[in-house]
Design a binder for this molecule. Sequence first.
Ligand SMILES: Cc1cc2nc3c(=O)[nH]c(=O)nc-3n(C[C@H](O)[C@H](O)[C@H](O)COP(=O)(O)O)c2cc1C
Length: 363
Amino acid sequence: MKRLLDLAARPLLFRLDPERAHGLSIAALKSGVRLSDPPPVSRKLSLTLAGLDFPNPLGVAAGYDKNAEVPDALLKLGFGFAECGTITPRPQAGNPKPRIFRLAEDEAVINRLGFNNEGHQSALARLLARAPQGGVVGVNIGANRDSADRMADYEEGVRLFAGVASYLTINISSPNTAGLRALQDRESLAELLERVMRARNAQAAGLDTGTPVFLKIAPDLSDEAMADISAEVLDKRVDGLIVSNTTLARAGLKSAAAHETGGLSGAPLFERSTIVLARMRKLIGPWLPIIGVGGVRSAETALEKMRAGADLVQLYTGMIYQGPGLAARILRGLDTYAEREGLSSIAEIRDSRVEEWAARRLD
Ligand SMILES: Cc1cc2nc3c(=O)[nH]c(=O)nc-3n(C[C@H](O)[C@H](O)[C@H](O)COP(=O)(O)O)c2cc1C
């Protein structure tokens, strides 16, 4: 029945402008209406990583709940964790509309939102209000477009959200804020990570433990850039990686909107983001947590991210095409797989295809 609702809602939502459809979906989640059958609770899917207890390895990627309005409703859909943001210190409007485009024939989206969000204070108030509910809720932080010192924006985000976030994500990989991705260059990255980790450690003095800091990277990186990032992440003792954000690549698309400027997400990002994930896993070694993102839209694609080196996975675009029941369906698929293969934990499949994925051509 719920699956039917998912399928029936799609043509209606797809008649609307994508940004209005997104607003409606947030409103539906806020209303508390039950949008999905309850997902399985399975010990085979739970894991502890970076000191956090995840009920399952599937999370909502940043960008869906930019202003921390519905993390608990997302957890109720079955997601094991929800990442809010990207949040910048001051509110900002983002780029002119239209700025989200559906590429239906490709099961993809192009967005050039440009960090539209209500700013630190409003997200902080919401997160403080929901904190007693628990659950793993990450906060993805960014820099204002017109900031004189972008690194200071990240430091401020760390200081402000360390006490309320389960983990913090340093997002320097959005393609929609001019110059932001340059923070991935070795020298800038070294300075940024030094400053961010110092801010985190200063906050940790007042907390039981330091809030884990993850770095979210682009899928459009040379092997040299990947090696630089891996070296700095290890040197500065960053707690984990998120691979990856949207891509600027446009190979093999069928849809008319393929020429739009912005970051591409969804099915066509799967291959590229999984190759970069596997290469980062090889560079960074087995111990550092990695969240695999990009084109996850089924239990099989989630499993493949893990085989390529991911401890956890996230999705966004898959839910645009398949509705709010997708999380529960993927979790049922993962649970069935673990049962059938006789695994005691789904984490046992990690890295089983890392070599194969890392060796694939990136083009
Ligand atoms: C409309 C839209 C907005 C996004 N906004 C953000 C954002 O604010 N911060 C961020 O780190 N990633 C953002 N992303 C990227 C996603 O978090 C994710 O990395 C990417 O979409 C790949 O996953 P997917 O193929 O499952 O969508 C956004 C993606 C989309 C489609």
